[in-house]
Design a protein around this ligand. Structure first.
Ligand SMILES: *Cc1c(COP(=O)(O)O)cnc(C)c1O
Length: 451
């Protein structure tokens, strides 16, 4: 097994439980605060938006939570996912490092997101929800949720950031293929959408605005709940099937990672691969966790660890997280999934305490890495995980200099088949590196509420 290219598991090795890191962290996770009173929010405050089982998972301290049979059954459509040894990339780099990657691009939606979309739709169905709303930026979460709702027989409405709605018509068609309805946001369908359209009829929208619309829709209808594709504790927990499988696969390959690398937008794919390794780190194992973000949206490397809203209108509960300010409007870089002002509170807490190392890259060097990866390993990666590829290559090149045979595990959380216009932009030489100016960070940070 040691030199295999693909390390595979059988269906009966799909994890039976999700791993809840809240049981093992020594630092307290600050509670979410009610957006009006700024007092700690209780289960009742979340009940209009989420089914009770997910609210309980959000605050659970149980180390393991059982995956329902119906969810495991749907997971079988693409799980277990393969772990690859990047023999050809290693050779091209001339590195003594061993590089492994876990690939989630074979799921129906082409990313890790169905791992949480399916249980979220499942618990909604179990509690009688008829309809779910959500937002989507690049369209990855919208397509994952529409797939999951379709499996569960639940209606789904997606508010898609207007700029992406126009730029990514195929993601929109995919959402419609699975039976969901999708509108460009801001839309005339909600009060928050109408207010923004009145001020700016050509608004390109943002993730923060789309969240405001989806939350308002769910909060004002009895038959409707809301689903979020990242950031929240229960979402990160659902993704731990990835890391649990990776642990077994690394064992089969007779290897153990010196470092685990993933990209971070809201933090869920990174948590999915990294969290199951954290108990080893706590027990004293020498293992590094590297979270990679874009320089154009430098939430962990340049944001502040503070309470902030999850959306633009200030309707969501306040979360203690790294934030660039909820009024932040990111530059239109190609890694759409990494353009969010906030970060998962669990990831933020671990960064603040030094357990996770954050790192930022510009997009051109990220695409250099993406193309080298495609030309060696074959898979055309999405722009988001190409940030992780960049970091893995840089670490492997350090090994080349020092001669160390380190073992690197990174997360390839999605393919780039819907991102060819980004590649086209790169090949044409028109791609621009945006650094987020310090003055703009200060400006957006002034929107962070005083708690
Ligand atoms: C959504 C998405 C991301 C960013 O979200 P996280 O919650 O940080 O994982 C990254 N990569 C892909 C392929 C995505 O679909």
């Amino acid at each position: 097994m040691a030199d295999d290219t693909k390390i595979l598991l059988s269906e009966n090795e799909i994890p039976t439980h999700w791993y809840n890191i809240q049981a093992d962290l020594q630092w307290p996770l600050e509670p979410a605060l009610h957006p009006g009173t700024k007092e700690p929010a209780g289960p009742a405050d979340f009940a209009p938006l989420f089914p009770m089982e997910l609210i309980m998972q959000e605050v659970s301290k149980e180390r393991e939570i059982e995956i329902p049979d119906e969810v495991r059954d749907i997971y079988k459509l693409w799980r277990p996912t393969p772990l690859f040894r990047a023999h050809r990339l290693e050779k091209a780099l001339g590195t003594p490092a061993k590089i492994f990657y876990k690939y989630e691009g074979g799921s129906p939606a082409g990313s890790h997101k169905p791992n949480t979309a399916v249980p979220q739709a499942y618990y909604n169905k179990a509690e009688g929800t008829k309809r779910i709303t959500t937002e989507t930026g690049a369209g990855q979460w919208g397509s994952a949720l529409s797939f999951a709702c379709n499996q569960m027989g639940i209606e789904c409405k997606v508010y898609m950031v207007s700029a992406s709605y126009k730029q990514k018509p195929y993601r929109k068609s995919m959402i419609e293929t699975w039976g969901a309805s999708v509108v460009p946001s801001p839309s005339p369908d909600t009060q928050s959408g109408r207010a923004i359209l009145a001020a700016n009829p050509d608004s390109p929208g943002s993730l923060g605005i789309a969240i405001s619309e989806a939350v308002e829709d769910a909060a004002t209808r009895d038959d409707t709940k809301y689903a979020l594709g990242s950031v929240l504790n229960h979402v990160l927990m659902h993704q731990t099937v990835i890391g649990q499988e990776a642990i077994k696969q690394m064992e089969k390959a007779n290897a153990y990672p010196d470092m685990v690398i993933g990209c971070v937008g809201g933090g869920s794919n990174f948590a999915g691969i990294a969290f199951p390794f954290v108990p080893d780190k706590i027990a004293g194992k020498d293992i590094r966790f590297i979270a990679v973000e874009p320089e154009a949206c430098p939430t962990l490397t340049r944001g502040e660890f503070a309470y902030d809203f999850g959306d633009t209108a200030g309707m969501t509960p306040l979360l203690k997280m790294h934030t660039l300010g909820h009024t932040f409007v990111p530059n239109p870089i190609h890694a759409g999934g990494l353009r969010y002002h906030g970060m998962a509170p669990l990831i933020s807490l671990m960064v603040a305490n030094g357990l996770i190392e954050p790192r930022a890259y510009h997009q051109k060097t990220v695409f250099d890495a993406a193309v080298l990866f495609a030309q060696t390993e074959g898979i055309v990666p999405a722009p988001e995980p190409s940030h992780a590829i960049r970091a893995a290559i840089d670490e492997a090149l350090i090994c080349k200099e020092t001669g160390e045979e380190k073992t690197i595990l990174f997360h390839l959380c999605g393919h780039g088949h819907f991102d060819m216009s980004a590649y086209e932009n790169y090949f044409s030489g028109n791609m621009v590196d945006y650094a987020y100016p310090e003055a703009e960070i200060k400006e957006a940070m002034s929107s962070v509420p005083v708690v």
